[in-house]
Design a binder for this molecule. Structure first.
Ligand code: SAM
Ligand code: GLN
Length: 302
């Protein structure tokens, strides 16, 4: 067995091939308690040698050069301290598209793809008229860019109150070739929004102050707090989206919001109080209710 230092920082002093290096690094990550050690080792090594992950499987005996090894070692050291892999590499896949991520933006989560899927279902038949979508709190731009990549005739307004996040989102729209379909607007919630929309979508912060203290340190210590925390109940932002969203929705328009476990009854109550109809909830891959959907009535009932 090598000493602990060499496991932590695979060094050029040991000539290592891809297979050995992955084994050493994964066992170092595992010993540190990281949840997906082999995957992390593969992603960081592939990134260091500027190849896709499948290259590692095709060339297990390839030896890694000094410069690539140095790069890999420094990435491994960051991961060892608990920094999320996506911030180490500066990128994350969402909806099979590649997004740049920086510490100014939340790393897009796979569960958020459910919002995109649900919205696309509304437009399955396609339509002549241009679809207008508003996203509140776009972060990396994941939701808006994914929607723009799927919908032909669409115009999206994407907001965030963080100018740094918006700069990242804008880059992601351009790199994914949908820059012309999305306008980015800086402001607090609906503050800088004009016009009306067919869809309002948001993955707002929804972690309560208490829950924040219990989050995985990887999330708590590295991801932007203001992207996650929503007051004492975790539903502060949903309340604003439900109340003010109505003003920006067309009649028959839909509000689609991501939410946390156990927030259904509070959100359902808000939606009913504000007279939305067709209220529904969709579950995530773990079976937890994760998305709230509702429609603005076409005509008042009574
Ligand atoms: N839409 C991205 C996603 O799904 O990965 C990011 C979602 S993140 C949970 C919430 C986003 O809302 C963050 O980018 C944060 O900067 C933004 N945000 C928080 N408070 C806001 C506010 N008052 N007005 C506008 N945006 C806000
Ligand atoms: N799903 C995120 C998490 O688990 C929370 C995202 C949010 O607050 N919108 O950390």
């Amino acid at each position: 067995m090598r000493n602990r230092e060499s496991v932590h920082f695979p060094g050029i002093r040991y000539m290592m091939n891809i297979s050995q290096l992955l084994k050493e690094t994964a066992s170092g990550f595992g010993a540190e308690g990281l949840p997906t050690p082999r995957l992390d080792a593969e992603v960081l090594l592939a990134f260091s040698i500027e190849r896709e992950r499948h290259f590692l499987y095709a060339h297990p005996a390839k030896e890694i050069s000094g410069a690539e090894m140095e790069r890999f070692r420094s990435l491994v050291a960051r991961r060892m301290k608990g920094e999320p892999v996506a911030y180490v590499t500066g990128k994350k896949e969402f909806w099979s598209l590649v997004f740049e991520v920086t510490p100014d933006v939340l790393i897009p989560r796979p569960d958020t793809e459910i919002l995109v899927e649900d919205i696309l279902k509304f437009f399955r038949q396609g339509r002549e008229k241009k679809i207008r979508i508003l996203e509140i709190g776009t972060g990396s731009g994941a939701i808006s860019v994914a929607l723009a990549s799927e919908l032909k005739n669409v115009s999206i307004t994407a907001t965030d109150f963080s100018p740094n996040a918006l700069a990242v989102a804008e880059k992601n729209a351009v790199s994914n070739n949908v820059g012309e379909k999305i306008s980015f607007v800086c402001g607090d919630m609906f503050e800088s929004v004009e016009g009306t929309f067919d869809i309002i979508v948001s993955n707002p912060p929804y972690i309560s102050e208490c829950e924040f203290a219990l989050l995985d340190p990887e999330v708590r210590e590295y991801e932007p707090r203001r992207a996650l925390v929503a007051g004492l109940e975790g539903t502060e932002f949903h309340r604003i989206l439900v109340r003010d969203g109505k003003r920006f929705l067309e009649k028959g328009g839909r509000l689609v919001m991501e939410m946390g476990a156990g927030q259904r009854s509070a959100i359902e109550k808000m939606l009913k109080e504000h007279d939305y109809c067709d209220i529904g909830f969709a579950s995530d891959y773990a079976g937890i209710e994760r998305v709230a959907l509702a429609k603005k009535r076409r005509s008042p009932v009574g």
